[in-house]
Write a protein that binds this ligand. Structure first.
Ligand SMILES: [Zn+2]
Ligand SMILES: [Zn+2]
Length: 176
């Protein structure tokens, strides 16, 4: 610390601790829900158009499956974001600081030397990288970026559009 002989090494950034069974359950729900949802939304279509239930199931598996992959990915990221990156303790959403180690969960500071060798979660005043260079604060990183979430949303809209077009074409086809 301040030269009094107490040396605390900066904490290296670590990988997220594995999800619990319960958390894995939530990921499974997030991954499966779109398949069920697409099937439910399309079921009436099969009743009123020449689209068969087989087509509906196929579409549910393909499009719902794609959305489900994204859903599972986002759910995993959100659950891991609730862990303290320094000690792995889990917290409710919106917790400002880890009650186990005091890490700032709101700003999630990260540090590295100018060569970006290793990412650290603190620097204890005069922390240094293992190469000996001073640690500097890294720009903020936040799990899944807004771009990814936007992409998922656009994917969802595109799916709705495709389904609507498919239904429309099918209906028109029946009329002509
Ligand atoms: Zn902690
Ligand atoms: Zn370094």
């Amino acid at each position: 610390m301040s030269g009094t002989g107490v040396e605390v090494d900066p904490t290296r950034a670590r990988r997220a601790v594995p999800l619990t069974r319960r958390e894995k359950g939530w990921v499974a729900v997030a991954a499966a829900a779109p398949v069920v949802l697409v099937a439910l939304v399309l079921a009436p279509v099969a009743l009123f158009t020449s689209i068969t239930f087989g087509d509906v199931l196929g579409a549910a598996v393909v499009y719902g499956g794609l959305l489900g992959l994204a859903g599972g990915f986002v759910a995993t990221d959100r659950l891991q974001a609730r862990q303290c990156p320094r000690c792995g303790q889990r917290h409710p959403r919106g917790t400002l600081a880890c009650d186990a180690c005091g890490y700032d969960l709101e700003d999630r500071p990260r540090f590295a030397c100018s060569e970006r060798h290793v990412a650290y979660l603190d620097r204890w005043g005069d922390g240094r990288c293992e190469c000996g260079r001073h640690l500097e604060r890294l720009p903020e990183v936040r799990g899944v970026g807004p771009q990814v979430l936007a992409t998922v949303k656009i994917g969802g809209l595109l799916l709705v559009f495709l389904i609507a077009m498919g239904v429309l074409l099918n209906v028109l086809d029946g009329r002509l």
